[in-house]
Design a protein. Structure first.
Length: 429
């Protein structure tokens, strides 16, 4: 009787899983899975304390991510503590823990996630599948790898309703074997299969081709979601992610600011904004609140100590700044003339007109009004602009500098007033 009841419960759980998977597949919504707290933290120098991870997790929740790769419990007590801090506090996203295809790792994840609702906790299992990993890292045959996948995914599925499986170094794995790994994982109970470009070698065209071949080559793929995870070693992680979205990937895994090992991961904010701006192309939406993106990037930068490049899309200091006179003139007339999107769209502070050697009269006049010169004359504007262009390279052009240039112009004008009339009177005489 007990055996029949377990079988019945297993059958019911399986049916519920398939309903959830089917719902997500039909919705065509792109689900964002963030791995800042796990893969992002693997970046040298980006170590986070458990309380800091909680702060980022709450900010990611506010931004609308679907799931959080919260850590690797078997790797360190700090990861366990960080996950436990999130349990009961981070409520909307699914919290997942990374595991090797080792039953002990699954047990560690179960302990770390204890107390989180069944439908809000999961595990992500991985094992190397490429010839390099099989031969040099694991010393295992294809058959041994497949057996390992079947046994550990099945073990995880008995303990978690949400189980993801990813073949490490998938982009260098033979496609027929890759598809067989996925088939085995889904049969064993995986609800998500991941395609990781572990060493970041793919181009968008090749990434898309992999997704097509996986969809064609895995007979039971309708029973699982398809996720992608790209590294940025060629600077193509975002482009590869978007290419896979176009091919029907259900889940995209990213990090805030693109931080991560080596050259980093696909940048969450860049993928989210590209998707938001080009829904006509992709025909799909992501449930990310884009107004949270810039503050989210700033928070991660503050807590990890990894500075944001001035040229970084979405969050860089120069994204809404310009020194060029033509651009400044256009932005003052209508911000859309030289912006792909308004600062408020991503929660940024606003447009910044930087005064420098390339600035024009209109920007100078605008800035003079901001510092209290109610109606600057053309002569004042021209004098300040000329003074700016004469400043040495790297000189700070702040309010004090502008006032100094104005005073210098006034002094010159007074000096001229003292000398010019005398000269004129002499001529008149």
């Amino acid at each position: 009787m007990a055996g029949l009841m377990r079988q019945a419960l297993h059958s019911v759980r399986g049916a519920v899983k398939q309903l959830v998977v089917g719902h997500h597949r039909r919705s065509r919504v792109v689900l964002f899975s963030d791995t800042t707290l796990r893969d992002g933290e693997q970046m040298p120098g980006a170590t986070l304390e458990p309380e800091e991870k909680l702060r980022i997790a709450l900010a990611l929740e506010a931004a609308g991510v679907h799931s959080l790769d919260a850590g690797f419990p078997a790797s360190s007590p700090a990861d366990v503590l960080a996950i436990q801090k999130m349990v009961g506090r981070v409520k909307r996203p699914v919290l997942t823990a990374l595991c090797r295809t080792v039953k002990g790792d699954v047990d560690a994840a179960e302990q770390a996630l204890a107390g989180n609702p069944v439908h809000k906790r999961g595990v992500s299992l991985f094992v190397g599948t490429s010839p390099l990993h099989r031969q040099h890292k694991l010393q295992k045959t294809e058959a041994e790898i497949l057996k390992l996948i079947a046994e550990t995914v099945s073990y995880a599925a008995e303990r978690f309703a949400i189980v993801a499986f990813s073949p490490e170094d998938a982009s260098r794995t033979e496609v027929p074997f890759l598809c067989e790994c996925y088939r085995q994982a889904i049969t064993a109970g995986a609800t998500t299969i991941g395609f990781p470009d572990t060493v970041g070698i793919l181009t968008p065209e090749k990434a898309a081709e992999f997704i097509r071949r996986i969809q064609d080559g895995v007979p039971n793929i309708e029973r699982a979601l398809l996720a992608v995870h790209f590294h940025n070693d060629l600077g193509l992680a975002v482009a590869n992610t978007l290419a896979c979205i176009a091919e029907g990937a259900n889940v995209v895994q990213c990090t805030v600011g693109g931080i991560g090992e080596r050259a980093g991961n696909a940048s969450l904010e860049e993928v989210a904004m590209a998707l938001a701006l080009h829904q006509d192309q992709y025909g799909r939406a992501g449930k990310i609140d884009t107004t949270k993106l810039a503050p989210l990037c700033e928070l991660v930068s503050e807590l990890t100590g990894i500075a944001i490049s001035p040229m970084k899309p979405i969050s860089g200091a120069n994204i809404f700044a310009t020194e060029a006179g033509i651009h400044q003139d256009g932005l003052l007339k209508n911000p859309d003339t030289y912006l792909p999107y308004r600062p408020e769209k991503v929660g940024a502070a606003g447009i910044r007109l930087v005064l420098g050697r390339h600035s024009g009269r209109r920007a100078v006049a605008h800035r003079l009004k901001e510092i209290g010169v109610a109606d600057p004359t053309e002569a004042q504007i021209a004098a300040v602009l000329d003074g700016i262009k004469r400043l040495p390279k790297g000189a700070a052009i702040d309010d004090a500098t502008l006032r100094g240039l104005l005073e210098s112009d006034s002094s010159s004008a007074e000096s001229s007033a003292d000398t010019i009339p005398t000269s004129v009177s002499r001529v008149a005489v």
